[in-house]
Write a protein that binds this ligand. Structure first.
Ligand SMILES: [Zn+2]
Length: 260
């Protein structure tokens, strides 16, 4: 399997909430905040290609935010399809989309607005989502409500694309596995890849930036810090054993990162 970084744009989110228990004194100098105390977050997706499959991991924030959301999140232009084209792929070539979780900045790109209307960005792709995550997105409780947008981002797809609901760990393709971790959200999953260049983990929001690498540093968005901690412990240990690398989704400076 060959791996590619797909730049889908960036957006801004509250610096304190994103850094969670990590004090501003430690990150404030290297991650400047804007006038509304927000920091820039990359939206770097992973493309896994091989064995007849073109697998995208996460879909970015999309281009269908409403005016209020645009003001809060200051999203860049959604450049996912341009970035795929730079790598020689069209959205219609994508055979699978793995969603690490269904928060709006990861699932928002599944549907795009085009000059002639809105439709599935990846019309031929089957989706891979943890069942518990799907259920929470569909019917969120008070703790989770603000992070999902089921009616806008997911419901229109239900009868149009194949949605595989995974329970726990699963193999998606030869050398591509998902592992349910929970932690950041109830059904968060990480992706493990045996690629041409070695072993990789795309941890998504379990370790979204280099600042979140230490075991106890979690964002304030995480619904279960203990699960995030245990997931990070597993990731650190697995990468050390296999000499593998991390791939960061929200880091403005780093993409591949080796722990050893
Ligand atoms: Zn995120």
């Amino acid at each position: 399997m060959k791996l590619f970084k797909v730049d889908s744009g960036h957006y801004y989110t509250d610096g304190g909430a994103m850094m969670g228990v990590n004090p501003w004194a430690l990150w404030g100098k290297s991650e400047p905040t804007d006038e509304r105390r927000r920091i820039r977050l990359a939206l770097d997706l992973l493309l896994i290609v091989g064995q007849g499959r073109v697998i995208l991991v996460d879909s970015g924030i999309g281009n269908r935010l409403n005016e209020k959301q645009e003001k809060i999140y200051r999203p860049s232009e959604f450049i996912l399809e341009e970035s795929l084209a730079d790598l020689g792929f069209k959205a219609a070539d994508v055979t699978d989309v793995i969603l690490t979780h269904l928060h709006f900045d990861h699932a928002g790109g599944l549907i795009s607005a085009y000059p002639d209307g809105e439709r599935a960005t990846f019309p031929k792709a089957q989706l891979w989502i943890q069942k518990t995550e799907w259920e929470m997105a569909k019917n969120p409780d008070g703790l989770n409500q603000a992070a999902y947008n089921y009616h806008q981002q997911l419901q229109p797809l239900e009868d149009k694309v194949k949605i595989n609901l995974v329970e726990g760990d699963a193999s998606i393709a030869p050398g591509v596995k998902v592992k349910r971790t929970g932690g950041h959200s109830v059904g968060s999953q990480i992706v493990e890849i045996e690629a041409e260049g070695g072993f990789y983990i795309y941890p998504a929001d379990i370790i979204p930036t280099l600042f979140h690498l230490p075991l106890a540093i979690t964002s304030a968005y995480d619904v279960n810090r203990k699960e995030t901690y245990l997931a990070k412990q597993y990731i650190h240990q697995t990468l050390k054993e296999k000499g593998g690398k991390l791939l960061f989704n929200h880091d403005n400076q780093h993409w591949e990162y080796s722990l050893i």
